[in-house]
Design a binder for this molecule. Structure first.
Ligand SMILES: [Zn+2]
Length: 348
């Protein structure tokens, strides 16, 4: 089969890879219908994270089950399924507490499982899914490309934006500020709206992303960052600050801005992968501003989010602004690296 491998900074290739086989009775093999490039893949692509050997990459996918091990009970060959960006048993103490991303028996794609067998990356034609019952969730086969894109969004980007909004305690009537205008930030805007926010202030300097944020339900756009953005949000909220802030970038500047524009007693939901970010603990202490969130427990959210998509929530798929065949995966990385696209969907 063909699978994506990062050979070095800027060097992404679709290589010939071994077809996956069932190793454990809890495994399933899925054929990928759609996958995509994540903002976090770009950290590797740009060489911010350095791999010492070629890296099998990609962690978001939807597909059709082709084969299951003898102990798999919840999915069958032919089922359409969504995989979270991590695999999990969904039964350990951490999973039972809703933190499936910290599963005691789980792991990630493109690495070895706990028995030493390779787990494929998701930017390829087939994937062996360990612990299939605890990882995959089946859904009706998508009726059209838009629904396929929305189901793919749930694999990571939508669920991550959702986690920011849930962690920040977004409630009906809230004024919510969203820091970050990438696919996760835009998903966070849509999530805040879905959870009943009355006003959603999106921060973006790019006209196309500002327009999409408004389409997804943002009521105001602030086209600055840092201290200017904080001042703008305070101005828009009568000097009070936002009732909830969703931090979807992960830099020191964005985290500081988020914690400074939050009203006293509120919570910042943070889902941007932190890079040397130090939160302003003095401000947090003085004004009782909390920081919650982290890596999204996608498996925990999937049943609810799938139902929302089936009920007509189209926002998840709208962050994909370009579709390419998997053969053009290198171009897809370049699209996102050079900001020609917010998020690229790939079809094997
Ligand atoms: Zn677990």
């Amino acid at each position: 089969m063909r699978g994506t491998v990062l050979h070095g900074p800027g060097d992404i290739r679709l290589d010939e890879r071994p077809d996956p086989v069932i190793h454990a009775p809890t495994d399933a093999i899925i054929e990928v219908l759609a996958t995509c490039v994540c903002g976090s893949d770009l950290w590797w692509f740009r060489g911010v994270h350095l791999a010492d050997k070629p890296r099998i990459i990609g962690h978001e996918a939807v597909g059709v089950v082709r084969e299951v091990g003898a102990e798999v009970r919840t999915v069958r060959p032919g089922d359409f399924v969504i995989t979270p960006f991590l695999w999990s048993d969904n039964t350990c103490a951490h999973c039972a507490a809703g933190v499936t991303s910290s599963c005691a028996n789980g792991g990630g794609f493109g690495a070895l499982d706990r028995d030493g067998h390779p787990v494929d990356g998701c930017q390829g034609e087939f994937i062996r899914i360990p612990l299939a019952d605890g990882t995959l969730v089946a859904a009706p086969h998508p009726e059209n490309d838009a629904m396929l894109a929305s189901m793919l969004g749930l694999s990571d980007v939508t669920s991550t934006g959702w986690h920011a909004a849930v962690s920040a305690g977004v409630r009906p009537g809230h004024t919510v500020a969203v820091v970050g205008d990438g696919a996760v930030g835009l998903s966070a805007v849509a999530s805040a709206v879905a959870l009943g926010a009355e006003r959603v202030i999106a921060m973006s300097k790019y006209p196309d992303r500002q327009a999409l944020a408004r389409e997804l339900g943002a009521t105001e756009v602030v086209d600055s960052r840092g201290d200017e953005a904080v001042a703008a949000v305070l101005d828009l909220t009568g000097g009070i600050g936002a009732d909830a802030v969703l931090e979807c970038v992960g830099t020191s500047e964005s985290l500081n801005s988020a914690l400074t524009m939050a009203r006293p007693g509120s919570t910042v939901g943070f889902v941007g992968i932190p890079h040397d970010a130090a939160p302003p603990v003095s401000r947090m202490f003085a004004d009782n501003v909390a920081l919650a969130g982290g890596m999204a427990p996608v498996r925990h959210y999937l049943p609810d989010l799938i139902q929302r998509v089936l009920d007509g929530w189209t926002a998840p798929g709208r962050v994909f602004d370009r579709v390419r065949p998997l053969a053009e995966v290198a171009e897809a990385y370049a699209d996102m690296d050079q900001r020609r696209a917010t998020k690229v969907l790939l079809r094997p």
